[in-house]
Design a protein around this ligand. Structure first.
Ligand code: PLP
Length: 440
């Protein structure tokens, strides 16, 4: 497989300008300098073409520049760009109705809109406190919920996100996330998800958080940044039961896992469990900034003025969101499920041929490949993961890491068989390359 000439000359020039002026806090993966994109393909400023298996961190759900989304944006651009949340407009109402109609609970839903994932999480935790009159929360090790002071108090996927920023919002206690490949609690013989819920009740509620002062549990249905970790089948049903027992709200952060990516509109639906609040952002508007929460009508009972923002309900973002929901509900969700199964099955076959692939997991088009230095000890190998990611880039495939040693595959939901096959061939080539470099 031939390597692309990356980074090219134009990229190198721009990298120098970027370094001089852009905040160094952004964790850039490798020097991909985007010029344009269509569907699942992207081109850099030097004319190199790549298959995109990152989608701007699961944002470009309908692919790059889907004509239906672009047309919806263009027609709104000719009308008005902004009016503020002091007034009303039809696209805000229409988008809210559409999102509310997807609510994964039986009660009617109400919707609050912001611009990002972290704002969605901030809204959810504020709503949980004011609605319940309780102060404390349960979060999970490995979780990522954003980087503002409230959401950061829950984020626990890497120390770098927190170092130097203490004190954060208080009242958050963390439990282990049920990672079936790397369980850290003793095996009690039951489903490991149930074991974790048991730990929350018998340890956290016993020693740290009075259950009757716990406002909510905040959890990703599938951990994203933490390593694309899928919990065992018993976890969500047991968690719902625990919340019901103590009158605690269940907030699911669907910022990365939602909007059809797992073949269901919301990933939590894979376990037939009804949450109380859903956080969404990323893929909801195909790349336009839009995030928010949907909550049970009986829960979103905060008074006028309790929470708001300037840009919430932006008409251009709402138009993109309506078009995105049209496409996702029409056939992209089904495509995500079908092609996702195809990609995961193919990766499991590749895993058999490669000693460094410890685990392949995921649902739909949210797939993680975890690299180890040997399958027996399961010793994590960030070096192999990083080499695979870089060699994939040089070979024409955009991917991103997650967790310590996992490759995240989150292509647009419009992925077709030919593109999947091209990407799979590059992944196997990159794994072979990394193993030759690092395992022999
Ligand atoms: N929640 C989850 C599950 C995420 O994956 C992310 C971002 O990666 C966020 C929240 C924060 O979103 P944003 O970066 O838009 O603030």
């Amino acid at each position: 497989m031939e390597n692309l000439p990356v980074p090219g000359t134009r990229t190198k020039e721009l990298l120098k300008r970027d370094e001089a002026v852009v905040s160094a806090s952004y964790p850039r993966a490798y020097p991909f300098m985007m010029d344009h994109g269509r569907g699942c393909e992207v081109w850099d400023v030097d004319g190199n073409r790549f298959i995109d298996f990152a989608s701007g961190i699961a944002v470009c759900s309908t692919g790059h520049c889907h004509p239906v989304v672009v047309n919806a944006i263009k027609s709104q651009l000719d009308k008005f760009l902004h009016i503020s949340s002091d007034f009303y407009h039809p696209k805000w109402i229409e988008f809210s109705e559409r999102v509310a109609s997807t609510a994964p609970f039986s009660e009617p839903a109400k919707v609050f809109l912001g611009n990002s994932g972290t704002e969605a999480v901030e809204a959810a935790i504020k709503l949980a406190r004011i609605h319940s009159g309780r102060q404390q929360f349960i979060g999970f090790h490995g979780a990522f919920h954003g980087r503002t002071m409230g959401s950061l108090a829950f984020t626990a996927s890497k120390p770098v996100y927190r170092r130097g920023f203490m004190p954060l919002m208080n009242g958050v206690s963390h439990a282990p996330f049920p990672n079936p490949y790397r369980p850290i609690l003793n095996d009690t013989g039951s489903d490991y998800g149930e074991t974790v819920v048991d730990y929350i009740e018998k340890v956290l509620f016993q020693y740290v958080v009075p259950a009757d002062d716990c406002a909510a549990v905040l959890v990703e249905p599938i951990q994203g940044e933490g390593g694309y970790v899928v919990p065992p089948a018993g976890f969500f049903p047991a968690l719902r039961k625990l919340c019901d027992k103590y009158g605690i709200l269940l907030i699911v952060d669907e910022v990365q896992s939602g909007v059809g990516r797992t073949g269901k509109m919301w990933a939590v639906e894979n376990w037939d469990v009804e949450p109380d609040i859903v956080c969404f952002a990323k893929g909801i508007a195909s790349g336009m900034p839009l995030g928010g929460i949907l909550a049970r009508e009986s829960v979103m009972d905060w008074p006028t003025g309790a929470h708001g923002n300037t840009f919430g309900g932006n008409p251009v973002s709402c138009s993109a969101g309506i078009a995105t929901l049209d496409l996702v509900e029409n056939n992209l969700m089904t495509n995500a499920s079908e092609i996702g199964t195809y990609v995961k099955d193919a990766l499991e076959e590749i895993q058999v041929r490669h000693p460094s692939i410890g685990d392949v997991r995921g649902i739909g088009l949210m797939i993680g490949v975890e690299f180890v230095s040997d399958k027996e000890s399961r010793e994590p190998s960030p070096e192999i993961r990083n080499t695979v990611e870089e060699e994939a880039f040089r070979s024409g495939l955009i991917t991103l890491g997650c967790g310590k040693n996992t490759l995240r595959l989150a292509p647009p939901l419009v992925l077709n068989r030919a593109q999947a096959d091209e990407a799979l061939a590059i992944i196997e080539h990159a794994v072979t390359f990394a193993e030759e470099e690092l395992l022999t």
